[in-house]
Structures are given as C-alpha cells and as structure tokens.
Design a protein around this ligand. Structure first.
Ligand code: NAG
Ligand code: NAG
Ligand code: NAG
Ligand code: NAG
Length: 377
C-alpha cells in the first residue's frame, strides 16, 4: 500500500516536472530551420485563453539581401530594411486582448482609435487620454483607444522604456507593444501587426481612426459623420482622409522619405490617404490585412495601405474635414489657434500636447461663440 502511494507520488512529481519543462521550452524562441521563411511555423499559444497571440521563431536576417545591386552604397537604415523586410512576426510585449470585449462582442465598438506612438512619446499619450482619445460613449456609441508601439534603443534604455509602457498599461490598459525597432521604416510592419491583432481580437469593430499621436482629432465630429453615412453596416467599404494622388517614391537620398529603386522600382504610388490620420471601416481593415499577405513590405506605411486597397479593387476617398497639411487660415491677422477654426474639422496635423489640451477644452466650452461656420461634416 505504502509503495503504491509512493509510486503514484513519484509519478505525479515526474509529470509536474515534465509540464514545467514543456512550458519553459514553449516560451523560448526556437531556431529549427536555416531557411528564413517563417510563414508555416506558427505555434498558437494555448495558455492564455482568449488571447490570439502567437509565438514565432525569431526572424532571421536575410543575408542574401547584400547581393542586391549597389547594396553597399545604400544608407544603413535602408540596408537594415532590406535585411529584415521579410519579417512579419515579432513577440508581443504588451497586449489588451479584451479591449473590444472579446472578438464576438467587438461589434459593440463603434470607433476604435488606433494611434501609432513611439515609446518615448509619453507626454503625447497622456494628453490624448484626457482629450480626443478619451474612451467614452459618444452620441450613444462606444469609442475605444489603443496605442501601437514597438521598442527603442537597446540595453538599459530599452528596458527603461519598456517598463514605462508597462506602468502606463497597468493604469490605462491601452497599449499593444511588439518587440521590434520602432523606427520610421518599420511603420508598415507596425500596421500589419496591428491588423493581425485586430483580426483575432476585434474583428467586428465598426470603424477605425488610424493616425499619429501628434494630430488633433475631433472624435465627436467623427462619430457624427460615421453615424450619418447611409447604411453604414459592417460589410461596407470606407477609407477616407486626405488623399494623395500621382505621387511616388522620393529618389533624393537626403530625404527622410528616400526610397531607392532597390526597395521599390515603380515610380508611382496608387492614390492613398496621408498617414497622419484617416478613417476606415472594420471591413476594409480586414480586406487590407488579407491583401497585405501577398504584398512585399514597403517602408512608407500609408502608401503601402494604398497598394493593399488597389489590389482589392477599392479606393480611398477625400474628406475635406481632414487637414493633414494644417489648416488654411484666411488672413494673417487672425489667431491661428482660434477654436472656431477647429470646432468643425475632423482632424488637423500637428499639435503639441499643451495646444491639444487647450483646444480640446476650448471647442467644448459652452460659451464659445463663432461668427463664421466652417462646416466640413
Ligand atoms: C532575401 O533577399 C533576396 C535578395 O533581395 C531575395 O531574392 C529573397 O527573396 C529574400 N528572401 C526572403 C526569404 O525574403
Ligand atoms: C533602429 O532603427 C534606427 C533607424 O534605422 C537605427 O538608427 C537604430 O540604431 C535602430 N536601433 C536598434 C536598437 O536596432
Ligand atoms: C525593424 O525591426 C526589426 C526588429 O527589431 C529590426 O531588425 C529591423 O532592423 C528594423 N528595420 C528598420 C528599417 O528599422
Ligand atoms: C480574409 O481572408 C479570409 C481567409 O482567406 C477569409 O475567410 C475572409 O473572409 C477574408 N476577409 C475579408 C474581409 O475579405
């Protein structure tokens, strides 16, 4: 009898050790192929019940990128882009799987604010949380907020910034962070990672505002505009903002936007919405994600989304309320921060945190009197 008990105990102990080790092995990045292709080796994490997070083997540098013509003459950030452009999966550091109440209930989210924010932009996130990106019910429908981020720097500095985001997360629950270098040329990657997250965790959200953390967005007006659309049910296409037409890659190597032919040969981008801020339907977001799977990553994120739209046979439309180039103020004698100019727009680029706070308060001041009207919605 005692022997049997001892035997069972030892067996249970063995099983426990086995499971602990298994869990430990599962969490470590595995390198089991020399091939850099990663697509077929998705391993779903089953430990976190309703999160759609996947773990992936660490993406390997594509050494043969160095064989591209005149590779050595390219600026280092472009070399870096070419070495890693095939990488589409990075470990998630911060997640909010229940942001939309779970995939099935996500239709309750009317407007999901998806704001690109680098880890260092703490002050911008703080001011957005108490102004236009406040989570709330507006005109009977829900607005939810997410910041999407990568990592910056390395060593202690990287750790410190990660910890900062973690602290913000604890208080606000509004950050998706992946472990990739949050650089300008990785913005397309950031968009794709977000769309993948959305497909798993918030597929039924009605509309999204996709934008930067330095724009002034009149989210109240956005809700009104979206509610005014005829039959705005969940299967309709919408992609609207400030449309750029007949533009192409900048070939001057001194520009921040420089794209050499080694990265993109074509001299023309399809029409697309300026990335500072645009509105799209949840349906269109999922169509874009589907298209992106077969389009090579290009560094200019907004132009890339235009390519995805074009491939789906869809187009971007202009909304006169989206002022990416700033606001046109009719005369130099007028105050360019007169709230009356901002009360009726959808979005203006760009605002500093203090201006943002001031303007949000000013346009909601019941005693605000405007003699002129700038109706754009
Ligand atoms: C690696 O780079 C070479 C040269 O650009 C390219 O032909 C190849 O398809 C790339 N491999 C992957 C897996 O992306
Ligand atoms: C991130 O990318 C930028 C721009 O390419 C580069 O300057 C920086 O060194 C990179 N940081 C890390 C940690 O790789
Ligand atoms: C994008 O992020 C990855 C992962 O951190 C990094 O290896 C790559 O260099 C980054 N690309 C650019 C262009 O910064
Ligand atoms: C995206 O692709 C998946 C799988 O091919 C398909 O089931 C889904 O309907 C597509 N979604 C949209 C919005 O096109």
């Amino acid at each position: 009898m005692r022997n049997i008990r001892l035997f069972l105990l030892a067996g249970a102990f063995g099983l426990l050790i086995f499971h602990l080790c298994k869990g430990f092995i599962d969490l470590k990045p595995v390198h089991y192929h020399v091939n850099v292709r990663e697509d077929d080796r998705k391993i779903q994490k089953t430990t976190e019940s309703n999160s759609h997070v996947f773990t992936w083997p660490r993406c390997q540098k594509n050494e043969s990128a160095a064989n591209i013509k005149d590779f050595r003459s390219l600026p280092s950030h472009i070399k870096d882009f070419l070495y890693y452009r095939h990488c589409r999966h990075f470990p998630m550091l911060l997640d909010v799987p229940d942001k939309c109440g779970g995939a099935d209930n996500s239709a309750d989210v009317f407007l999901l604010l998806v704001i690109k924010s680098s880890p260092v932009n703490y002050d911008r996130r703080e001011v957005l949380r108490k102004t236009w990106a406040k989570e709330r019910m507006e005109n009977g429908v829900w607005i939810r907020r997410l910041f999407i981020s990568g990592t910056m720097d390395s060593g202690h500095e990287k750790e410190r910034l990660n910890k900062l985001l973690k602290l913000e997360q604890r208080e606000h629950n509004d950050i998706l962070q992946w472990d990739f270098n949050d650089s300008f040329f990785n913005l397309t990657l950031k968009q794709i990672l977000f769309l993948e997250w959305m497909e798993g965790n918030c597929p039924k959200a009605r509309f999204l505002l996709n934008g930067d953390d330095d724009v002034f967005a009149n989210t109240g007006n956005m809700v009104q505009y979206l509610q005014s659309l005829k039959d705005n049910d969940k299967s309709k296409h919408l992609f609207t903002g400030y449309v750029l037409r007949n533009t192409g890659p900048i070939r001057w190597s001194g520009s921040k936007y420089f794209i050499p032919v080694q990265v993109q040969e074509s001299d023309l981008y399809p029409p697309y919405c300026g990335g500072g801020g645009f509105l799209l339907s949840g349906h269109t977001a999922l169509v874009i994600f589907n298209m992106s799977k077969s389009i090579t990553i290009l560094p200019i994120d907004d132009a890339y989304l235009g390519m995805c739209l074009a491939k789906a046979g869809l187009s971007a439309t202009s909304h006169m309320g989206v002022k990416i180039g700033g606001l046109h103020i009719p005369s130099n004698n007028l105050d360019r921060y007169d709230p009356c100019f901002y009360k009726d727009v959808l979005l203006v680029h760009r605002f500093l945190p203090a201006q943002m706070y001031f303007m949000w308060q000013a346009i909601h001041d019941p005693s605000l009197k405007c003699v002129f009207e700038h109706k754009t919605i």
